[in-house]
Design a protein around this ligand. Structure first.
Ligand SMILES: [Fe+2]
Length: 454
């Protein structure tokens, strides 16, 4: 894939092999920086080594902060801020997936504006300024390298909160760093980007530019996600997926997401162990059936890469659902909610919980969200583990349904989520949305899932 720089607002994303070199002149403006990373992907991908070489060559004093894990918490973000101050850093370089980049962007705001993470997450404080933050992106899904959102968990409260923080000044999307991305994360993040495209192009805030970007993203993902799974080291595939995720990120920055993300956030709020992309893929096909029926022109425009026979008519809504389900199965995705400790016996409770959280939050959805539809969508997400419509077995992506001890833990977590949520449903929580759901509010409280860090 060719090298180029993609400019969006105040962000520039350097694309292609050697993209880190594009960050050099930005980093060169600083004497002291803090590198923020997760548990292992920065090392395994080779990105950390390359970044340290650049930093050394530029004579920059760098400290590394490794305290970020998936579903980062308020205290992790505060930890970054403390590390920034301890080192006297003038800028932050995030190396990782969405969790790392989100946390770094949040810390960049706090380090300049003052306070602690909870002041922003719970106290309604809004950022007044930020310090420069840069990103080396290690997944092709979230769009955090090019958008202005962060999400963080509030420790001990069972809440995940999304808020507007800041855009990275510059990011690097180097496909070589994604060669080590595991197959399941390749699927989850690729499908996250796919649903960003499908939802932004059909939301009530969609526009022509969003639809153009979304169509491009869907075409690229349909072509290159299978290729990346067949050959994880295929740089052309990884590069195209990085580009698709970035343009889908711009699409949600403009036209947000709707029903798939809304419902996924409800479920992963109850059980944080549910990976964001997996939850989307479970709920997505049935959600798209309703979406397509309401927005067949936009639906056909973006989904023809998955089924060229789709016509822009509501009668093709079922066909759109099947096209999506078939695509996901062709990737090897066969998970259902029962794999994460949810039981079909809890369907009524899940539906009621979803309706409670979604109340007043469905303005971006292009159809009326009724209790019956929500129940149908959640029910459809229990498919999986090879439960295909034709009775045949789908490819099993990975072993390990939630049985035995793991299953018990999941059920405990699930019930804990219900208990916590019943105590934590505040006007802010119910009136809020999650990442990408609401553009105008500085504080968005929701049960949202975090980006994936590896
Ligand atoms: Fe997402």
């Amino acid at each position: 894939m060719e090298r180029f720089a993609l400019r969006y607002g105040s962000t520039v994303v350097y694309m292609g092999e050697g993209a880190l070199s594009g960050l050099q002149r930005h980093l060169g403006a600083h004497r002291r920086i803090l590198i923020v990373k997760g548990r292992r992907s920065a090392e395994e991908s080779g990105a950390l080594n390359d970044a340290l070489e650049v930093v050394q060559r530029l004579g920059i004093s760098a400290e590394t902060y490794s305290g970020i894990s998936p579903n980062p918490t308020d205290s992790m973000v505060d930890g970054i801020v403390e590390a920034v101050r301890a080192h006297g850093a003038e800028a932050i370089l995030a190396i990782g997936g969405g969790s790392v980049i989100d946390s770094a962007k949040f810390a960049a705001v706090i380090a300049c504006s003052g306070g602690r993470a909870d002041d922003y997450l719970l106290g309604g404080r809004t950022p007044s300024c930020d310090m420069p933050v840069y990103a080396v992106n290690l997944t092709h899904g979230t769009g955090s390298e090019i958008d202005r959102y962060s999400v963080a968990n509030v420790e001990g409260k069972g809440l995940k909160i999304g808020l507007e923080t800041t855009y990275p000044r510059a990011s690097a999307d180097d496909p070589r760093y994604l060669r080590s991305l595991p197959a399941d994360q390749t699927i989850y993040t690729g499908l996250d980007a796919l649903y960003h495209a499908l939802e932004s192009s059909t939301s009530t805030e969609t526009n022509r530019m969003t639809q153009t970007l979304a169509r491009e993203a869907v075409e690229l993902i349909a072509r290159w996600l299978p290729a990346a799974l067949r050959s994880p080291g295929d740089l052309e595939a990884r590069g195209n997926l990085l580009y698709a995720a970035a343009v889908a990120g711009i699409a949600i920055d403009n036209s947000v997401t709707h029903i798939v993300h809304l419902l996924e956030h409800v479920l992963s709020g109850i059980n944080p162990r549910l990976p964001h992309g997996a939850g989307l893929a479970m709920l997505g096909p049935r959600c798209i059936r309703y979406t397509y029926a309401a927005r067949p022109i936009e639906g056909a425009l973006v989904m023809r890469a998955l089924d060229p026979g789709l016509e822009p008519i509501p009668e093709h809504a079922g066909r759109a659902e099947e096209a999506l389900r078939r695509f996901q199965e062709s990737l090897g995705f066969d998970e259902g909610l029962s794999d994460y400790g949810f039981s079909e016996g809890e369907l009524e409770g899940l539906r009621a919980r979803a309706m409670e959280i979604l109340r007043g939050e469905t303005g971006l959805v292009p159809f009326e969200v009724t209790e019956e539809i929500v129940g149908d969508i959640i029910s459809s997400a229990f498919r999986g583990r090879g439960d295909r419509a034709d009775g045949s077995r789908a490819i099993r992506m990975r072993a390990g349904p939630a049985t035995g001890r793991r299953g018990i833990i999941s059920i405990v977590l699930l019930n804990f989520g219900y208990i916590m949520s019943s105590h934590l449903t505040t006007p802010e929580a119910t009136a809020s949305s999650s990442l990408g759901m609401r553009r105008s509010t500085a504080l968005m409280v929701a049960f949202v899932t975090s980006h994936t860090d590896l």
